[in-house]
Design a protein around this ligand. Structure first.
Ligand SMILES: C[S@@+](CC[C@H](N)C(=O)[O-])C[C@H]1O[C@@H](n2cnc3c(N)ncnc32)[C@H](O)[C@@H]1O
Length: 234
């Protein structure tokens, strides 16, 4: 965990409107900020896996909800350090394909080391913003695990959905604002968001962009509505 206190955020220690400071983003509304996200994850890549460890049960549920079969192609959009790759590659087996995309070289380098250590021949890593990534034509499933900025980037959603086969499975999970009756938890949501995302837009229903594009998703609020798992099909 970064030890910076939120009060530091107001100090004139950085130039940008929304640039990250000690691994904390300056959050507001507006589109996701690629430069700020790259800085954020450059700062975080060394200890990211430790921070995400408490969410492993959610990762497993999300991946299970993809109902992957041997030989299928699955996209891991915003794959980060590759924490989902083991479960994904097991599910599609040696004849399947896992295409894992991330725009952060620093995060993807951790994923590359993981893939190399494990010798996962069916995992391909693509270093690119999701909206420009070279993707296979007709994937069977896509995972969006803690990828709020991507979910708020219309071009990324259009691009990924254009590379999914009809009926492809989707699993989406991450942070969301708690409902009014658990509003006291929202400072915690904000604190976690400040370390992960560069826009607060859409945090009440992060899956909405996918739903607007025709995804049929069942949404399950978790942890008093501060997290969600949305799964279904396109
Ligand atoms: C919170 S991490 C999640 C990583 C991984 N999915 C996991 O669950 O451990 C968000 C990741 O999304 C990546 N990212 C953010 N915006 C992106 C974009 N437009 N295209 C590709 N990757 C993006 C970041 O670089 C970061 O690695």
């Amino acid at each position: 965990m970064c030890q910076a206190s939120p009060t530091l955020l107001a100090q004139p220690a950085f130039d940008g409107q929304k640039g990250p400071y000690m691994g904390i983003a300056i959050l507001g509304s507006g589109p996701a900020d690629e430069a700020a996200a790259l800085e954020l994850y450059r700062a975080r890549c060394g200890y990211y896996d430790l921070q995400l460890a408490p969410y492993e049960a959610l990762r497993r549920c999300a991946i299970q909800s993809l109902q992957l079969q041997p030989c299928q192609i699955v996209l891991d959009i915003g794959c980060g350090t590759g924490m989902s790759l083991d479960l994904l590659q097991q599910a599609v087996g040696p004849a399947g394909r896992v295409v894992a995309v991330d725009q952060s070289r620093d995060m993807l380098e951790q994923a590359r080391q993981r893939v190399e250590r494990q010798g996962w021949g069916q995992v391909e890593l693509v270093c690119s913003p999701a909206q420009d990534a070279d993707l296979p034509g007709q994937a069977d499933a896509a995972l969006f695990h803690f990828t709020h900025d991507i979910l708020q980037t219309p071009a990324a959603l259009d691009h990924v959905l254009a590379h999914l086969a009809p009926g492809a499975r989707l699993a989406v999970c991450g942070l969301k604002w708690a409902p009014p009756w658990f509003a006291a938890l929202n400072p915690l949501v904000w604190w976690n968001a400040a370390q992960s995302v560069t826009t607060l837009d859409g945090l009440d229903a992060p899956w909405a962009g996918l739903a607007q594009r025709g995804a049929r998703l069942e949404v399950e609020p978790l942890y008093c509505g501060t997290l969600f798992l949305a799964s279904g099909q396109i």
